[in-house]
Structures are given as C-alpha cells and as structure tokens.
Design a protein around this ligand. Structure first.
Ligand code: NAD
Length: 329
C-alpha cells in the first residue's frame, strides 16, 4: 500500500529535509514524502489533504478541529519527545495513532540546562557584552558564584533529569530530587535522596525542571509555594513553560526571592512565536533572566537522531507494527 507523508514547518530544518527526502527506508516502505513550510494547526490547514501521515514538530498545534478536517490522516509522527501539542483524545477518537521520539539525546537537554545555569552563575552574557560592545576589559560587577558545594534540586529524574544529576555531581554539587516515581537504585548509585516538593524548594540553591507537562505538573511551582525557595535561589526550566506560574516567577525575581532564571520554555511561547509577548514580556526583559527560544534539543547530533527515529516510526506504522506510540488518552 502506498502512503503519503507531509512534514510540516520544514523551512527551518536545513539539511534535515534532504535527509528525509532521500531516505531509502521511506522509499522502500512506499512512502511519498512532501514538505510544507507551514505549521499544522486550525489556522493553517493544507489545501491538499490526501496524506495519511503527518510529521509535525512542537510548534504545530494539532487540535480536534484540525484532525477533524483531515479525512485521510491515520498517523502523526511528532519530531519531539513531548506530545502536549497534540489532542490525543481527539486523535484516538478518529483512530489516528501518534508516535513520538522518546529519546534522542537526553544529555543534549541537560547540557543546555547547565549552559543556562553557568551563563547566569558566571555572568557570561554580561562579560561578553563588556568586552565586545562596551569595549572594556574590566571585571567590575562580574563576580559570580561557584556551583561546587551548592545544592541542585532536580525535579523529574527521568532520562534528562538523570543526566542533570550526573552533571551536577561532576560540578561537585549536592543533589536532591523530587519525582512521583523514585529510582532508588540510581539514587543510591549517585548518592542523592528523594524529598518532597516543599523540601526540594526549601533546600536547593538551584532548581532544574525535567518533568513532563501534565495536568498534575501544571503550575507545579506557583504563587503559593515559590516563597518556600531559598532566598536568591536560581530556577532553570528546559521542560515546559506552564510547569511554572509566570506571574509568580516575575514577582519572586522582583522581590529577590529568586536570584535569577534560565528559561528555554515559556508559558506563552506559542503566542510569542506569533509575535505576542504580553504575559512573558516583563519576564524576558528582566536583567537576571536568560530566555532562549526552546532550543535545548537543538544540536546536530540530536537532530540526526530525531530524524532517524521519526523515519523508523513511520516505517513501523506502514508495516502495521507501530512503535513509540504515545498513550491515546
Ligand atoms: P522522562 O519521561 O524520561 O522523565 C520524566 C520524569 O518526570 C519521570 O521520572 C517522571 O516520573 C517524572 N514525573 C512525572 N510526573 C511528575 C510529577 N507530577 N512531579 C515530578 N516528577 C514527575 O522525560 P525526559 O525525556 O527526561 O523529558 C522531560 C521533559 O523535558 C519532556 O517531557 C519535555 O517536556 C522536556 N523536553 C524539552 C526539550 C527542549 O528542547 N527544551 C527537549 C526534550 C524534552
């Protein structure tokens, strides 16, 4: 049986397009591949709807109304670990299966979390501006702080969180963790303990978030508990924006409760991509905040692995033995 796959928003993907286009695996599986420069969402439904496979990235918002107008659609392959941009219930009701890329370089995201942390702890941005833009070779106001000896709180000790634990250890940090699932063997091996959410907030000099966005993690850090954090603690979020309540973070940064924040994800990043920064603008402009555009995954090695797994996911679907399916409710 022949299949047709459309990959959405491929305009930024450089060589990735050639890689998918020339994939022998897809050719052998009888998959015709086309590319759209657009996102897939309710405002951007393609005029040609004769595809049974959609390849999407997180910036597409595949909701019920989008799925309902794609009659041939049978399979969504998201080129990401997270799948909160797809209405899984609506997909299941229409018999559309959804696959993700469960692992493509958990070190990649953890490395980025530390890049954000080190940029804050050692004032790398300010130091670079000093030399490059201000043309001054002076250390005035650039005193940072050591990571060694500080306590790193890791929220979510899954694939990425475990790398964050290892990296924190490498920097000589004490680790505490919060997770609904306790990997006691790993905790023993790495010499850390699991504590409650309240305890991790109170004990950590730096919190790094690595849990998924779920109803249970919506505003996990919020106006009611952010005050438990150590005065001057740092918050790193490379997971999902809505795990923290944005106005609470802004208030904590203003009061000095938080010393700084490194954020690769924002609660309103979808709006921000469309040019609307209303909720997050104040946060983005704060001097002790570094915001990056959901870029933690973005290395050439990780991208290669994302493409390989996505191709394998599509081929497995065409063979009637889908893999890496996400739960359908
Ligand atoms: P994972 O599934 O391996 O680990 C997630 C961990 O979070 C698990 O140990 C799980 O038990 C824990 N968890 C679940 N619910 C929790 C809760 N209520 N409180 C505390 N912990 C909870 O996932 P992963 O591969 O480590 O990825 C983590 C998240 O990172 C993804 O869900 C995704 O949102 C995000 N991510 C971001 C980027 C980026 O580019 N910024 C890239 C990849 C992944």
């Amino acid at each position: 049986m022949n299949h047709k796959a459309i990959f959405f928003n491929f305009k930024y993907w450089g060589e990735g397009k050639d890689y998918v286009e020339s994939s022998e695996k897809l050719k052998k599986a009888g998959v015709e591949v086309v590319f759209s420069g657009e996102l897939l969402n309710k405002d951007s439904i393609p005029s040609e709807k004769d595809f049974d496979i959609a390849g999407v990235f997180m910036d597409s918002k595949v909701d019920a109304s989008t799925i309902s107008v794609l009659p041939e659609l049978k399979f969504i392959a998201t080129l990401s670990t997270g799948f909160d941009h797809i209405d899984l219930k609506a997909a299941a009701e229409r018999g559309v299966q959804v696959s993700s890329v469960p692992a493509y370089g958990e070190n990649t995201v953890a490395e980025f979390a530390f890049a954000l942390l080190l940029a804050l702890s050692r004032k790398i941005r300010e130091a670079s501006v000093r030399v490059k833009d201000e043309k001054k070779f002076s250390t005035d106001g650039l005193c940072g702080f050591d990571l060694a000896g500080k306590t790193l709180g890791v929220i979510g000790t899954g694939r990425i969180g475990k790398h964050a634990v290892r990296m924190g250890k490498g920097f000589g940090m004490k680790i505490v963790a919060y997770d609904v699932y306790h990997d006691d063997a790993f905790a023993k091996e790495m010499g850390y303990s699991y504590v409650s959410l309240e305890e991790i907030l109170a004990e950590s000099d730096v919190i790094t978030i690595h849990c998924p966005y779920l109803p249970s993690t919506h505003h996990l850090i919020n106006k009611n508990n952010i005050g438990l954090m150590k005065k001057g603690a740092y918050l790193i979020n490379t997971a999902r924006g809505a795990i923290v309540e944005t106005p609470a973070v802004i208030a904590a940064l203003k009061s000095g409760q938080l010393g700084g924040a490194g954020l690769d994800v924002l609660e309103e990043e979808a709006n921000m991509k469309a040019g609307d920064m209303s909720l997050d603008r104040e946060l983005v402009m704060m001097p002790n905040v570094i915001v990056t555009p959901h870029n933690a995954f973005n290395t050439k090695e990780a991208f290669q692995r994302i493409l390989e797994t996505t191709i394998d996911n599509i081929v497995a679907f065409t063979e009637g033995k889908p893999v890496n399916l996400v739960p359908n409710k």
